[in-house]
Design a protein around this ligand. Structure first.
Ligand SMILES: *Cc1c(COP(=O)(O)O)cnc(C)c1O
Length: 427
């Protein structure tokens, strides 16, 4: 059994004698067959094989296989973006009239997807505080609830989810727990080991790691028993008329039903597959993920400690800091801060925060996180610029708060740059 570091480099692809060492990019929309009978069996899902890249492509499957191995799942698929991954993972269980329970501490794009767009499709949601009591969590479930959703480390709130508690509760109500594991990646946290059933990723972030390609992934643990909850999940446990009455949970079992349905039905109908070229770039990122993640965390820990000591800093939030509200949970689930993102509130206001950002030379101002190059964002003047200081306070964001995503540069160069920018901001 390979360990995580070896899986990052080698899982998913073992070339045979004389075959290419690096994964081949199968840049082909279609695949040729000797007889229409053979092709027909593929269309009926009676045989496995490739016929059209909108549904499946060998390059993507190689890379998805590596991500499945890293997470410890039974099957995985790549999607065109992290947004698509979360949408497909949720919609694979839902239809008009369904209900979801989701943590409030999630990525803004996912919040909009669930609260606005899926709502328009007739799918209702109840949002819960990630730190709510078991009783409050229990109260959010209904007869038509299909999944519980949360982020292992929330972007940008940096809350660490109590996955065990959420998994226990989801299972008590007969639904799977879906975890967006984008921030810690399977290098630091494997949600299946704590009871999660489905994991999603925005591979755009650390997995790609170089700011090169937008993408997503869905992984199934292969353990949730759909047939034991057949009435709740009719789309997996009753015949699919668009495949001559196939019953996914019967034909493909616990290990294969979720990803097969998501590929054969949702990818076929909604078409959001990752391009094989991007899957190739993603695999280059994965080959060094374990090396890079360690460095992202080292830099974030060093910068968080430096900022916490700085006289011009009011507050630093990083799960790796001993006084962070999520420190104990981060230690339990990951053994460290888990990601390279730190949030800092300066001892000033909106003006000082802006002057600080403008004075930085290594850290670029960008709406991005989790890339090799350090970048930072001032929510009050960008993503949340429509809000007054009073409205910002309601949203829990200080006008002097800055989010920094630490890259892979030298740690002293980074703290020197932050130090000179803090001096200029308060000059
Ligand atoms: C960025 C992000 C997403 C959305 O991913 P895209 O690849 O930008 O579509 C979803 N979840 C988390 C936690 C993210 O950080």
């Amino acid at each position: 059994m390979m360990k995580t570091d070896t899986k990052c480099v080698q899982a998913g692809y073992t070339p045979k004698n004389g075959e290419p060492r690096q994964i081949p990019i199968i840049q082909s929309t279609t695949f040729r067959y000797d007889s229409s009978g053979e092709m027909g069996r593929l269309f009926d899902l009676e045989a496995s094989g490739y016929f059209y890249t909108r549904l499946q492509n060998p390059t993507n499957d190689t890379v998805a296989g590596k991500i499945a191995a890293l997470e410890g799942g039974s099957a995985a698929m790549l999607t065109s973006s992290g947004q698509a991954a979360n949408f497909f993972a949720l919609f694979n269980l839902c239809e008009a009239g369904s209900h979801l329970v989701a943590s409030t501490a999630i990525y803004g794009g996912t919040f909009n997807l669930i609260a606005v767009t899926m709502k328009k499709m007739g799918i209702d949601v109840t949002f819960v505080d990630p730190d709510c009591t078991r009783e409050e969590l229990d109260a959010a479930f209904r007869d038509n609830t299909k999944a519980l959703f949360g982020e292992s480390i929330a972007n940008p709130a940096l809350t660490v989810l109590d996955i065990e508690k959420f998994a226990d509760c989801a299972h008590a109500h007969g639904v799977p727990l879906i975890i967006d594991n984008t921030f810690p990646t399977p290098v630091f946290l494997r949600p299946f080991e704590w009871g999660a059933d489905i994991v999603t990723h925005s591979t755009t972030k650390y997995m790609d790691g170089h700011g090169a390609g937008v993408g997503g992934a869905i992984v199934d643990h292969g353990v949730f028993d759909w047939m034991a909850h057949a009435a709740r999940f009719p789309s997996l446990t009753t015949p699919d008329d668009s495949y001559h009455g196939i019953v996914y949970a019967e034909r493909f079992g616990k290990e294969g039903a979720f990803i097969t349905k998501c590929t054969a039905q949702l990818m076929r109908d909604l078409g959001s597959i990752q391009s094989p070229q991007n899957a190739f770039y993603l695999n280059l990122g994965l080959e060094s993920l374990h090396v890079r993640m360690a460095r992202h965390v080292e830099n974030a820990q060093a910068v968080a400690e430096f900022l916490a000591r700085h006289e011009r800093v009011k507050e630093v939030r990083y799960p790796g800091l001993a006084n962070d509200p999520y420190h104990a949970r981060a230690m339990k689930y990951m053994g460290n801060g888990g990601c390279g993102v730190v949030s800092v509130t300066l001892d000033g206001g909106r003006k000082e925060a802006q002057r600080f950002l403008d004075a930085l030379s290594l850290a670029a101002i960008a709406t991005h996180v989790a890339d090799a190059r350090t970048c930072c964002l001032h929510p009050a003047s960008t993503t949340h610029r429509q809000l007054s200081d009073a409205q910002l306070a309601e949203a829990g964001i200080s006008p002097a708060m800055v989010r920094i995503s630490l890259g892979l540069e030298d740690r002293e160069d980074l703290t020197d740059d932050l130090d000179q920018a803090l001096k200029k901001a308060f000059a």
